[in-house]
Every structure is written in structure tokens, then in C-alpha cells.
Design a protein around this ligand. Sequence first.
Ligand code: NVA
Length: 310
Amino acid sequence: MTRHFLRDDDLSPAEQREVLELALAFRDDRFIRTPLAGPRAVAVIFDKPTLRTQVSFATGIAELGGFPLTVDGTLARIGVRESVADTARVLGRQAAAVVWRTHAQARIEEMAAHAGVPVVNALTDDFHPCQVLADLTTVAQHRGGVAALAGTTLAFVGDGANNMAHSYLLGGATAGLHVRVGCPVGAAPDPAVVTRAAEVAATTGGSVRVVHDLAGAVAGADVVATDTWVSMGQEDVGPEREAQLVPFRLDAAALALAAPDALVLHCLPAYRGKEITAEVLDGPQSVVWDEAENRLHAQKALLSFLLERR
Ligand code: NVA
């Protein structure tokens, strides 16, 4: 059966551990596996802006022995010029896998239903699961390995309704983390995602909690994460949104509430002085550059896993 990675809970806890162990192995030796040798092509399609995702997938696919076939979604106009299903059928006849950054989650689900090859979510409006695999790799790297992840408390503060919050909830629960989301009442996660994350957490020993004060989320946390207040596609939000989010800014006072050695994560791009201060982003507890590098290792591990499971 063709496996896809459309949302964080598409990997079982054991499968996620396998992928994270392989990501750490790729950190040590970038050329241990070449499942795309040939080279076979992987289509990497962008309907939204990108830097890290394009660079890390292109580099990773090349390092796996393959050919990264980057497609500009504004030229392909998938779903306008041609249906998602027909595009999937064409891509699946030629590429070994499809990686897609797009808008609605339903689009990538439709791609997966028709491609016949693994489809990977490189960010949708609802989830950014590759980023959370990289983030878990980063915590494992700094905290004694994959086995040390379970029981770790991760606080995400800011826009709780966005793709990162959703992926921390689902991916964190899969890893057995205690995930706390601190967000305004008007920017809370999708209740269906919270419910699903709680179900997963019940099987892994983790937990999930959504609170509407920063201190309630961050107090004693081992890892503190945030993300932009204005996600791609939301650029026309008004100033009242920023006013709502200011109390959830990750600054030095907020970080001081966490464990003394808490790690700071940010998927980038970061807006210093908005969701995070320069002092915290560029400070000694920040591991954001490891996190950016780990996109490469985690996605290589994920692609290897999906291609070898076919
Ligand atoms: N929430 C952000 C993540 C960027 C990597 C966005 O969707 O724009």
C-alpha cells in the first residue's frame, strides 16, 4: 500500500520513532542511504512562498541519489488549469514521489488519492508536519536522543489556529510530549485537531492542553516554540489581530518562566519584535539554526521511509 505523509498522525508512534532515529543517523552521515538512485525524480511543487522547504527538499532528494523536479505552482495552477486528480495521475506516472506545499488540506488529500506514489505535505493551511519532524529531531539532538522525547513538555505560544500549532499538537502527541498551546481565545486550534491529538496522547503517555494565557503554557516547559502571527495567505489581516497576539510574544520575561535550560524553536521566517524578540531568537537557548538544518535530515529520513515501505 502506498504510504503518504499528509498530517502528523499519518505516522504511528513507532514509525515516527523510526523516522527520527534515521534523521539523527543522516545527521552523522549524509550518504548512508540512496533510495532514489537512478536518479529517480521527485516532484516538489510550491503554491506558496518557500526558502527552507525548497532548499531542504532539493538538497535532500539529490543526496538520496534522486533528481528534485521543482514545479512552480503559479505556472502549473493545479486545480484551475487541470484538476488535482488529473495532475496526480500525470505526476505519478513519472515521479517516485510528490511533495506539495499548497492551501487547503483537501487538495493534498486528493493528490494522494490519485497519485499512486507517496505524497508529502510540505505545508498546507492546516498542517506543517515536516517541520515538526525536524523540530522533534532537534529536541532529540539536544536532549539525549529519540527515547528522551516522551515526557518532554513543549509550549507553543502565539497563533494557535495555524498549521504549526496543529502539527505540534498531533506530532507532539505522537512522540509522547506534553503539548501546551497558549493563544488568544480568537486564535485557538481547530477543536477536531485537539481531540485527535488527545486521543493519540492517551496512547503515548503524552497530553495536550490549550490555555489562553502565556504563563499557563510556558511555566516549567522544556521547549518553547512560536511562529509568525501572519501565516502565508493571511496577509490582509487587520491590526486588531496583532493586538490580540501581543500578550503571547516570546520575550525574555516569557522565556524566564520556562525551565532554566529550555530550548527555543521557531520554524522561520521570524519577525523579530513581533512574535519573538531578537534577544530570544538570537540568544543562547535558541536552536533555530539546528532546526532549519534538521529539515534536511528529517525529510530525507521521511522520504526513505515512505519509498522503502511501498
Ligand atoms: N505558519 C507559517 C509557517 C511558515 C513556515 C505559515 O503558514 O506561513
